[in-house]
Design a protein around this ligand. Structure first.
Ligand code: SF4
Length: 366
């Protein structure tokens, strides 16, 4: 199936739904789609309502903007008020609420906040505007982190002295480990993120699969990809094999991309990190190694991160750990909408609350 359209083929989808119905063992099973892009795809293609009764698809913590601590956003907002300082970020971050304000409001008030598609555009700007300091807010998982690491190496190579990074990148596997270890929510299988797995490889999930006897299957983002993975997870639950599967073999291998892993490792070291609304997770974040510490924006601007409470009533933490479905938050669609978001899960294009709102899903059946 070389044509991508084949992965949306109605007949193939129907056939897979039938296969899923046929092997479903009955009763209740809870699978978690770890990644926000999966949450969006599941809502967009209406897959939730096609699942057998009893099979629930829970949202996970894989929305990078959603898990970026408010303290990091507050700190970046503070830096944006420094003279001759440009904050650079991706579009999704603009309306994520900090404690009192967001980047959109700061820009409207005169702060120089620029939205770029590539961090390399920032390097060009920095070279052309030597009197300005440029601060890039780096969020995301292993998918985007190697590119950021490369841009840091490039900053060094070009000798740019006016470029700094706020590093708020997170790692997926430690978050799955923390979820299973907490035991707060029962999970029968993980639908693992396709793009992250291109970098880390499907073998990276084996410790989770074995430690907790929970099947982990990598999926792409088209309906056929997702249904193949769900079928594989059910089959592993039914025959008790557990283990790791890969339904995205056209791009994901067992070992992932060793060169991308090497570059990440050259620039960053693994540290304990806070996930917004979820808490601190051991070995789940990255910071610049000592050789690159002079590029750390927090060090350059003397910023200390402060603990920031979640917005009152917002249940993003419960949404991202699969404890509730977004419409179970009392603010959903009332005080909290994409036009007036209370929490980050309603802002991001990968946020669960935004996905449910956009596609009119009201419960676990869609
Ligand atoms: S609906 Fe809004 S307030 Fe409720 S959990 Fe989602 S983002 Fe937070």
């Amino acid at each position: 199936m070389s044509d991508l359209k084949g992965f949306r083929d109605t007949e193939r989808v129907k056939n897979l739904i039938e296969k899923i119905e046929n092997i479903y063992p009955g009763g209740e099973l809870k699978f978690m789609e770890v990644c926000g892009t999966h949450t969006m795809a599941i809502a967009k293609f209406g897959l939730r309502r096609l699942m057998p009764a009893g099979l629930m698809l829970l949202s996970g913590p894989g929305c990078p903007v959603c898990v970026t601590p408010a303290a990091v956003i507050d700190a970046a907002i503070k830096i944006s008020s420094e003279p001759n300082t440009v904050i650079v970020t991706f579009g999704d971050m603009m309306s994520v609420p900090g404690t009192d304000t967001n980047f959109e409001h700061m820009r409207a008030g005169g702060a120089d906040v620029r939205v770029l598609y590539s961090v390399y555009d920032m390097l060009e700007m920095a070279a052309g505007e030597p009197n300005n300091n440029f601060v890039f807010i780096s969020v995301g998982f292993e998918t985007t982190t190697p590119g950021i690491a490369l841009s840091i190496l490039e900053t060094r190579k070009r000798g740019l002295k006016n470029v700094y990074f706020i590093v708020a990148n997170r790692l997926v596997v430690p978050a799955l480990d923390a979820l299973m270890r907490s035991g707060e929510v029962h999970i029968d299988g993980f639908l693992c993120p396709g793009h992250v797995s291109v970098i880390i490889g499907w073998e990276a999930y084996r410790p989770i699969a074995e430690r907790y006897n929970v099947p982990c299957v990598v999926a792409g983002f088209e309906p056929v990809d997702i249904l193949l993975a769900i079928h594989d997870i059910i089959a592993r639950v039914v025959d008790g094999t557990g283990g790791v599967g890969n339904s995205y073999s056209r791009v994901v291998t067992g070992a992932g991309n060793p060169e991308a892993q090497r570059i990440m490792n050259e620039v960053f070291q693994i540290v304990e990190a806070e996930w917004r609304a979820i808490g601190v997770i051991p070995e789940s974040g990255l910071e610049l190694r000592d050789e690159y510490a002079d590029l750390d924006a927090f060090k350059r601007f003397g910023i200390e991160l402060l603990q920031v409470p979640d917005p009152p009533g917002c249940r993003c933490g419960d949404v991202m750990t699969g404890l509730i479905f977004p419409p179970q938050c009392k603010l959903f669609g009332k005080r909290c909408t994409p036009e007036s978001p209370v929490g980050p899960c309603m802002v991001s294009s990968e946020g669960s609350c935004a996905a449910y709102y956009k596609y009119g899903e009201m419960n676990e059946r869609g």
